[in-house]
Write a protein that binds this ligand. Structure first.
Ligand SMILES: Nc1ncnc2c1ncn2[C@@H]1O[C@H](COP(=O)(O)OP(=O)(O)O)[C@@H](O)[C@H]1O
Ligand SMILES: [Mg+2]
Length: 264
């Protein structure tokens, strides 16, 4: 399963990514969780201890590694290898916690900026490798934009999961994302709501989202805010959000099989 999670800032993407990563790992699956948001904070949602996270360098900051792998010589305009070897990087540069291997990408190249420096080449190639060659569960926690995924990478994503909250603004962002997704060849877009509180919210979401692709909700839950404040993973607090995440996971699994009969 290759899952990319996106949506408006603050809707609950990272919280959901952390819950799902831990839920897949608890099932015995090998999970690679990729923090692809420049404002990286997936580690705490997974529960990676702060000292272990502090020792981790984002891939995009590894200039020497990027130069070595791409064969780039110093200096502007030098030629370098565009498909550097990356197969060993997930093991070497991830931190493992409760069966989840966390990789932090750092700032990723945004399409159209024209920058093709070795670091960006390495990050792009690594993303493509994770999504295309790997048999693991790969969960990408992204920012709202999906442009930087690029067509080649996007084609290997099984599902683009857009997180929304009950409100017009995050739905507007979701619609923009859906249009962009179609542009880069990503057709399987599903929705999950977070911070859902009561009947009015549920009715609003049911009216706004396509029923067949609305795969579940996380309720507005004090415990999630408590977890954030205490610096622990929501998954480790147990409670309603874990049950809700498991229900979402079940629907994701069913959906990805239905949508892709030949899925990896
Ligand atoms: N279902 C929820 N109930 C209550 N608080 C939530 C919920 N989901 C997320 N939050 C809180 O909202 C804030 C943003 O969540 P986060 O997952 O970091 O969003 P994003 O990754 O989309 O920016 C955090 O403080 C988080 O604890
Ligand atoms: Mg986030």
């Amino acid at each position: 399963m290759k899952l990319a999670i996106t949506g408006k800032g603050g809707v609950g993407k990272t919280t959901l990514a952390g819950l799902l990563a831990r839920a897949y790992a608890a099932e015995g699956r090998r999970v690679i969780a990729v923090d692809a948001d420049p404002d990286a904070n997936l580690a705490s949602a997974i529960g990676v201890p702060a000292d272990r996270y502090a020792a981790l360098t984002p891939i995009s900051k590894m200039k020497d590694l990027a130069r070595e792998r791409t064969g780039a010589a110093d200096g502007f305009g030098s030629l370098f290898i565009l498909n550097p070897q990356v197969e060993d990087l997930p093991e070497k540069f991830s931190v493992e916690h409760q069966g989840v291997h966390l990789l932090v990408m750092g700032t990723v190249d945004h399409g159209g900026t024209g920058c093709v420096c070795p670091e960006h080449t390495l990050v792009r190639r690594l993303l493509k490798h994770l999504l295309f060659d790997r048999r693991d569960v790969v969960i990408l926690d992204m920012e709202a934009g999906i442009e930087h995924l690029g067509r080649a990478t996007a084609e290997s994503v099984d599902l683009l999961l857009v997180v929304v909250e009950p409100g017009q603004r995050s739905l507007q962002t979701a619609r923009q994302i859906e249009r962009l997704a179609a542009d880069i060849g990503l057709r399987r877009v599903v929705f999950v709501a977070s911070k859902v509180d009561g009947e009015a919210d549920r009715a609003f979401l049911a009216a706004a989202l396509p029923a067949d692709r609305f795969l579940g909700s996380l309720s507005l839950n004090e415990a999630i805010r408590d977890a954030d404040r205490l610096g622990v993973a929501p998954y480790d607090l147990g409670g309603a959000m874990v049950g809700e995440a498991l229900a979402i996971k079940t629907r994701l699994d069913a959906f990805s099989v239905e949508a892709a009969p030949c899925a990896r």
